[in-house]
Design a protein around this ligand. Structure first.
Ligand code: GUN
Ligand code: ZN
Length: 444
């Protein structure tokens, strides 16, 4: 069925880090987005499009709101939702004390199904419409996730964690079983509806050389699939990785050696990247998921966003929450914290650039910039509607904002999931904060 939504519309056609903002911005003060068959079929000024629309097409009007492409979270762990905000030390202790305990429960498919539902509702509540997701080592955790995701027709990317050492026995596979299970899951899920599969080695320290070999092989054997992992997050982790793979020149070189870099490979963090690391990622077309709230919460360090986006070796970069290391599902909060990280690094991240990194930039990191992340005809109709009067303080502050960029900046500084008013997946309203039952999800 053809439907439309009307209001202020914002999206990006190009990268504002490298192109003038006037060439990037697609903004309509009174815009219309027409949707049919899961896609955006037309968009532009409401005055121009409404006369051609046909009187029977329902139009939902959003006042005091901003219609944006749905946010994209490039790196997140659904099984860690239950340990968000766990007090502790840094990465390795946090993994051992919380993560590896929680993830053991996901051998139980019903447990995994319930947790997937909580996770998906939380991301929709935050206005996120696509996520790149770590499941656990258990194939059941992947089935449960994709089955729930399919119910709401979401374009999510996910995969079974591969780990054959340095983790509790209940969380390890073997090089062979990891390979076999990954292959089976790819055949079952990659391209099944909107699902996409990511081969998911947790990080080099938890995979043997044999598993690293077979991981590179299974990814190569299935063109079009993704590969996701972690890299250079924490100083202790970097030293450990280098000790475990002494023949390799650097942490990046480990993944490079085992055939795990290239288009559709996306790595969380890269906090401590050297110029050479950026160069290899840039040349191979490998992407970085920048995880601001996680990097601050786990005390990992300050990611070099300016270098990643505008240095001599630019890398496809998108924002991510990395929850449960990250502390909020809202990409508005990621923007806010990314701004502060950049400030401490001598770079002031403007609002358009921040919104880009949570939408089209993130889609570019995932090589999906031709189908999601922008409001353009032919794109998939995944949208979020942000309420510019979500809180009394936001309402008050925005009254004093003199331009779109000032408004966006206040929104990313003050906003969180309270701002996401409605979330559309493939043209369907799946979450509406203002429905009769507050926080209602449709057809879940
Ligand atoms: N490195 C390896 N595993 C993890 C994880 O689950 N979270 C984070 N933040 N870093 C990791
Ligand atoms: Zn992570």
């Amino acid at each position: 069925m053809k439907t439309a939504i009307r209001g202020r519309c914002l999206s990006y056609r190009d990268n504002p880090f490298t192109a003038p903002i006037k060439d990037c911005l697609r903004y309509e003060e009174d815009g219309l987005v027409v949707m049919e068959g899961g896609k955006i079929t037309a968009t532009g000024a409401a005055q121009e499009l409404l006369p051609k629309l046909g009187e029977t097409v329902p139009v939902t009007q959003y006042n005091d709101a901003l219609i944006c492409p749905g946010f994209i979270d490039c790196h997140v762990h659904y099984p860690q939702t239950e340990i968000i905000g766990a007090f502790g030390k840094q990465l390795i202790d946090w993994l051992n004390n919380y993560t590896f305990i929680a993830e053991q429960k996901f051998a139980d498919k019903e447990y995994a199904r319930a947790a997937s539902e909580v996770f998906l509702k939380e991301i929709l509540r935050a206005g996120t419409t696509t996520a790149t997701v770590f499941c656990t080592v258990h194939p059941e955790s992947v089935d449960a996730f994709f089955e729930q995701s399919a119910k709401i027709n979401m374009r999510n990317i996910a995969g079974k964690v591969l780990m054959d050492r340095h983790a509790p026995a209940a969380l390890t596979d073997t090089a062979q079983s990891g390979y076999d299970q990954t292959k089976r899951l790819i055949e079952k899920w990659h391209g099944n509806g909107r699902a996409l599969y990511a081969v998911t080695p947790r990080f080099a320290p938890t995979s043997s050389e044999e598993q690293m070999e077979m991981t590179g092989a299974v990814w190569k054997e299935h063109p079009g699939t993704y590969l996701q992992s972690h890299i250079s997050e924490n100083k202790q982790e970097i030293e450990w990785a280098q000790e475990l793979f002494p023949a390799r020149k650097s942490y990046v070189d480990i993944y490079h050696h085992y055939g795990q870099l290239g288009p559709r490979a996306i790595y969380g963090h890269g906090v401590h990247f050297t110029d050479e690391d950026f160069r290899i990622f840039s040349e191979t077309g490998t992407a970085i998921a920048h995880c601001p709230t996680s990097n601050l919460f786990l005390g990992s360090g300050l990611f070099k966003l300016e270098q990643s986006m505008t240095g001599s070796a630019p890398v496809r970069t998108g924002f991510a929450t990395d929850l449960g290391g990250g502390t909020n599902f809202s990409q508005l909060v990621s923007m806010n914290e990314a701004y502060k990280i950049a400030q401490l690094s001598g770079f002031s991240l403007g609002a358009h650039k921040a919104f880009y990194l949570a939408t089209r930039g993130a889609a570019t990191a995932l090589y999906l910039e031709d189908i999601i992340g922008s409001i353009e005809p032919g794109f998939e109709a995944d949208l979020t509607v942000l309420d510019l009067k979500a809180t009394p303080l936001l309402t008050y502050r925005l009254a004093y904002a003199n331009s779109l960029e000032e408004q966006l900046f206040a929104l990313m500084t003050l906003g969180d999931d309270r701002v996401a008013q409605a979330t559309y997946i493939a043209g369907e309203l799946v979450y509406s904060r203002n429905s009769e039952t507050a926080g209602a999800f449709y057809d879940f």
